[in-house]
Design a binder for this molecule. Structure first.
Ligand code: FES
Length: 64
Protein backbone atom coordinates (compact mmCIF):
# COMPACT_ATOMS: atom_id res chain seq x y z
CA UNK A 1 0.00 0.00 0.00
CA UNK A 2 1.04 3.55 -0.49
CA UNK A 3 -0.52 6.97 -0.12
CA UNK A 4 -0.10 10.33 -1.86
CA UNK A 5 0.07 13.08 0.76
CA UNK A 6 0.20 16.82 0.07
CA UNK A 7 2.54 18.60 2.49
CA UNK A 8 2.89 22.36 2.80
CA UNK A 9 5.50 22.66 5.55
CA UNK A 10 9.02 23.56 4.46
CA UNK A 11 11.01 23.00 7.62
CA UNK A 12 11.44 20.85 10.70
CA UNK A 13 9.60 21.02 14.01
CA UNK A 14 11.62 21.03 17.21
CA UNK A 15 10.68 18.38 19.75
CA UNK A 16 11.68 18.87 23.33
CA UNK A 17 11.89 15.60 25.22
CA UNK A 18 9.47 15.26 28.12
CA UNK A 19 8.45 12.61 30.60
CA UNK A 20 5.30 11.89 28.57
CA UNK A 21 5.32 9.74 25.46
CA UNK A 22 4.54 11.63 22.26
CA UNK A 23 3.40 9.78 19.15
CA UNK A 24 4.61 11.07 15.79
CA UNK A 25 2.47 10.53 12.70
CA UNK A 26 4.02 8.26 10.10
CA UNK A 27 0.93 7.72 7.95
CA UNK A 28 0.70 11.35 6.78
CA UNK A 29 -3.01 11.77 7.55
CA UNK A 30 -2.95 13.50 10.94
CA UNK A 31 -4.56 16.95 11.07
CA UNK A 32 -2.21 17.70 13.96
CA UNK A 33 1.14 17.10 12.21
CA UNK A 34 3.63 15.99 13.29
CA UNK A 35 1.69 14.28 16.02
CA UNK A 36 -0.61 11.31 15.60
CA UNK A 37 -4.33 12.13 15.95
CA UNK A 38 -5.66 8.63 15.30
CA UNK A 39 -6.33 9.20 11.59
CA UNK A 40 -4.09 6.23 10.74
CA UNK A 41 -7.05 3.98 11.60
CA UNK A 42 -8.44 4.88 8.15
CA UNK A 43 -5.50 3.04 6.57
CA UNK A 44 -5.94 -0.30 8.33
CA UNK A 45 -7.94 -1.87 5.50
CA UNK A 46 -5.74 -0.56 2.67
CA UNK A 47 -4.71 -3.14 0.09
CA UNK A 48 -0.88 -3.40 0.09
CA UNK A 49 -0.80 -3.56 -3.71
CA UNK A 50 -2.78 -0.30 -4.22
CA UNK A 51 -2.06 3.42 -3.96
CA UNK A 52 -4.60 5.74 -2.36
CA UNK A 53 -5.32 9.44 -2.29
CA UNK A 54 -7.05 10.94 0.75
CA UNK A 55 -9.19 14.08 0.54
CA UNK A 56 -9.44 16.78 3.21
CA UNK A 57 -12.72 15.29 4.43
CA UNK A 58 -10.98 11.96 5.09
CA UNK A 59 -12.53 10.14 2.14
CA UNK A 60 -10.17 8.17 -0.04
CA UNK A 61 -9.96 6.87 -3.55
CA UNK A 62 -7.81 4.27 -5.15
CA UNK A 63 -5.62 5.88 -7.79
CA UNK A 64 -3.40 3.02 -8.95
S1 FES B 1 0.16 7.59 12.48
FE1 FES B 1 -0.74 9.14 11.30
S2 FES B 1 -2.48 9.68 12.44
FE2 FES B 1 -1.57 8.16 13.61
Amino acid sequence: MSRLIAQNEQGPLELKPSAESRWLCRCGLSKNQVFCDGSHKKTLDEDPSKTYEYAEDGSRKEII
